[in-house]
Design a protein around this ligand. Structure first.
Ligand SMILES: Cc1cc2nc3c(=O)[nH]c(=O)nc-3n(C[C@H](O)[C@H](O)[C@H](O)COP(=O)(O)O)c2cc1C
Length: 195
């Protein structure tokens, strides 16, 4: 059942406290979602709020697609759905059009992977967001370094809870190209009727 915000009334999985502390101290935007039902968010951090303008209380309990507003995002969403549907896929990365809380559009370079229990069950879907549209190659490289070290530092933290992080960050071959593409996508958006 949904209330007016698209929030579901269901029991979301409990997030271990060491993960909460780690997320709160991370310089990159991070989110964690339930692996079942509609992948409702169970945790977002301060950097997610800085990036999107949405507070944890606005986001927790909702599927993160609310950031897409009216944008179609056909192929990006298909890529994300294929990742979520295939438990054997370790991670995924795609640009996707999102909107900040104040309505500003941006191209979100979204990274997703899984946190698994030692027995192999997916316990959480992990995600990180970055505004690639207002970026330049140095900023994206710095973000990639931060996200890479976040993933490495997260491993021993969640090992305390018997969890492992899946996948590693494979650096984008041509960062300048990703950014140029993101800017073109935004220029297209400016012509779109819903803006
Ligand atoms: C943890 C997590 C974080 C996500 N973060 C975002 C996000 O920041 N922006 C976005 O557009 N989609 C995000 N998604 C993807 C959407 O929730 C959804 O999976 C995607 O839109 C494809 O499904 P759909 O076609 O049913 O909407 C996230 C998903 C998960 C599981």
């Amino acid at each position: 059942m949904r209330d007016g915000t698209g929030r579901r009334e269901l029991d979301l999985p409990e997030v271990p406290s060491e993960i909460r502390v780690f997320f709160e101290n991370s310089p990159v935007a991070l989110g964690l979602a339930s692996p079942v039902a509609d992948h409702e968010l169970v945790l977002v951090n301060k950097s997610f709020y800085t990036l999107t303008g949405y507070r944890p209380s606005d986001a927790i309990g909702r599927n993160c697609r609310f950031l897409q507003g009216e944008a179609e995002n056909g192929s990006a969403r298909a890529t994300l759905r294929a990742f979520l549907a295939d438990d054997a896929k370790p991670n995924v990365r795609t640009p996707i059009i999102n909107f900040k809380e104040d309505g500003t559009p941006f191209v979100n370079l979204l990274y997703m992977s899984r946190l698994r229990s030692l027995s192999g069950n997916t316990r959480f879907i992990f995600a990180s967001q970055f505004d690639v549209s207002r970026s330049h190659p140095d900023l994206l490289s710095a973000y990639d370094r931060d996200l890479g070290s976040t993933l490495i530092r997260l491993s021993p933290v969640i090992a305390e809870s018997g969890l492992i992080v899946e996948g590693t960050l494979t650096t984008i071959a041509n960062t300048a190209n990703v950014i140029a593409q993101a800017k073109l996508t935004l220029a297209d958006l400016d012509d779109a009727s819903f803006l």
